[in-house]
Write a protein that binds this ligand. Structure first.
Ligand code: NAP
Length: 507
């Protein structure tokens, strides 16, 4: 492993630079075979930087570094207030370099700056949240029959592999790293090959803030090679994965060989139900955000829009009008609503879904083709697209598209809305628009999804559980309960009677 001369000093490192190293054992290092990935700007198609590409040998070094850090126990034995202070320091460094982080995230993902600002702020707040949450995270005292006493302790699960996607590169890294290190685990983060930059920088910030060597390791590399290696590694105790449902299934199967703890945050096809008593303007605006935010590349994007038949025509007219007003353009311009999609492959996937809808007899109400954005002709852009005249047998209604495409359908009553909403293999998000609080609770209770948004387009805040039902995965992130998913519970049973116990009764 070739060390870099200036390592391990991370302080004041340039965020935007030509070359990014792996972060292993508290140092910036080259990959074992010198291989690199080109990180590029999907809004322009231009290469931004070269990134060291981890090999299985590098993954092994990262596992050994994480294991050594866990076994030497320095981090996990830090008093909780000291760990908490360091998490707050990570957040403070991120805050002080907020604009640089936002710019880097926009450049490497093509997302609009307004979206990136919210996500980077949430990444900061996730560290702050867990800095506080860890202080109150503890075991319990349980009732036992007389003369016995039971209490539990929470122990960190050990070395965690954390594999993340390209749609929220920094936020996903924060969602993973913060709770795991808060409880004393060591982590190896495998960012998506398309968007490794901000996760690497976050790893460097952790070290600058005082996280000991080996506790946070960042190794961009191929998912099927390096990600898989981590999933199968006997010294990795837990895998936390966010990504597509097929890869999640594969990971769960492989992790079962060593009975690893697994958390899966997977795909979605979330329903958005607008009742006849909704505030139509708020429902139009919220539904627009629910699908086109982050260019539709959100696991909980509300990509199935169901509107009550009494307001369908009025709603659709206003929704389509506003869709056509969404501004595509320079992602760094704060007036831009919708950024680029992530790459040519994803652009082709999106377009093939739209073409399949047309072939199936659907009607394109807005968009429907790749977009040309002046000054960004080399990038990957798709028009915000609304598709009507669809039914539940169509591919475009059943499958996750992961782009700026929404299907819109009418329903006649609550019962039908619930049936349509649940007619999917996924179960991540859902949204309801109604002024009737009782209806919101009644319908929300029957929706098979981890998140129900009522008159609200936002799905995730530090402290609120995020995760899915059905094939959207299991485990909840972003909340107190996440800390339990990075810990084992140890149960202490003790006897305090005055007479010695003699269960066999042999004298
Ligand atoms: P993906 O193709 O499943 O990849 C996700 C990560 O897994 C990447 O880092 C990828 O590495 C890695 N990977 C690929 N094959 C692997 C393997 N065989 N073993 C181990 N790791 C492997 O997903 P994506 O296209 O990046 O992201 C989009 C998907 O993520 C969508 O389905 C979306 O719904 C889901 N998502 C879910 C949530 C949630 O919280 N539920 C949040 C965000 C996104 P490389 O890319 O480097 O090969």
């Amino acid at each position: 492993m070739v060390k870099v001369q200036e390592a391990p000093i991370f302080e004041k490192v340039e965020m935007k630079r030509d070359y990014y190293h792996l972060v292993i054992n508290g140092e910036r290092v080259e990959s074992s075979n010198g291989a690199t990935i080109d990180a590029y700007n999907p809004a322009t198609g231009e290469i931004l930087a070269k990134v060291a590409k981890a090999t299985q040998e590098d993954a092994e070094r990262a596992v050994q570094a994480a294991l050594a850090a866990f076994e030497n126990g320095k981090w996990k034995r830090f008093p909780i207030n000291k760990r908490s202070r360091i998490l707050n320091k990570i957040a403070a460094i991120m805050r002080s370099r907020f604009n640089e982080l936002v710019e880097l995230e926009v450049l490497n993902s093509g997302k609009s700056i307004s979206a990136a600002q919210g996500q980077v702020m949430q990444a900061v707040e996730v560290f702050e949240f867990y800095a506080g949450a860890i202080v109150g995270h503890s075991g319990s005292v349980n009732n036992m029959a007389g003369q016995f006493h039971n209490y539990t302790e929470k122990e960190p699960v050990g070395v965690c592999a954390q594999i993340i996607p390209w749609n929220y590169p920094l936020m996903m890294a924060a969602w993973k790293i913060a709770p795991a290190i808060a409880v004393g685990c060591s982590v190896i983060v495998k960012p998506a090959s398309l968007t490794p930059l901000t996760a690497i920088v976050l790893g460097e910030i952790c070290i600058e803030a005082g996280v000991p060597a080996g506790v946070v390791n960042i190794i961009p590399g191929s998912g099927s090679e390096v990600g898989n290696y981590l999933v199968e590694h006997p010294n990795v105790n837990k895998v936390a994965f966010t990504g597509s449902t097929p890869i999640g299934r594969d990971i769960m199967g492989k992790a079962s060989q060593t009975l690893k703890r697994v958390t899966l945050e997977l795909g979605g096809k979330s329903p958005n139900i607008v009742f006849e008593d909704a505030d139509i303007e708020a429902a139009v605006d919220g539904s627009l955000f629910g699908i086109f935010y982050n260019t539709g590349q959100s696991c909980e994007a509300r990509s199935r829009l169901y509107v009550h038949e009494d307001i369908y025509d009025e709603f659709v007219t206003r929704f389509v009008e506003k869709t056509k007003k969404l501004k595509l353009g320079n992602p760094l311009d704060k007036e831009t609503h919708v950024g680029s999609v992530i790459d040519q492959g994803q652009l082709d996937v999106i377009d093939s879904y739209v073409q399949s809808a047309i072939a199936d007899g659907a009607e394109i109400l807005a968009g429907g083709k790749p977009a040309v954005v002046e000054g960004f002709e080399g990038g990957y852009w798709y028009e915000p697209t609304v598709i009507g005249n669809v039914n539940h047998d169509m591919k475009v209604v059943k499958e996750e598209i992961f782009g700026p495409v929404v299907v819109i359908m009418k329903f006649k009553d609550e019962k039908e809305a619930i049936k349509l909403a649940n007619d999917t293999e996924f179960g991540l998000g859902s949204a309801l628009w109604t002024k009737d609080g009782a209806r919101a609770t009644r319908v929300g209770n029957q929706i098979q999804a981890g998140i129900v948004m009522v008159n609200c387009p936002f799905s995730a805040f530090p402290g609120t559980p995020f995760g899915g039902y059905k094939q959207s995965g299991f485990g909840r992130e972003l909340c107190i309960e996440t800390l339990d998913l990075y810990t084992e519970t140890k149960s202490f049973i003790s006897y305090y009677g005055s007479r010695p116990l003699n269960p066999f009764g042999i004298q």
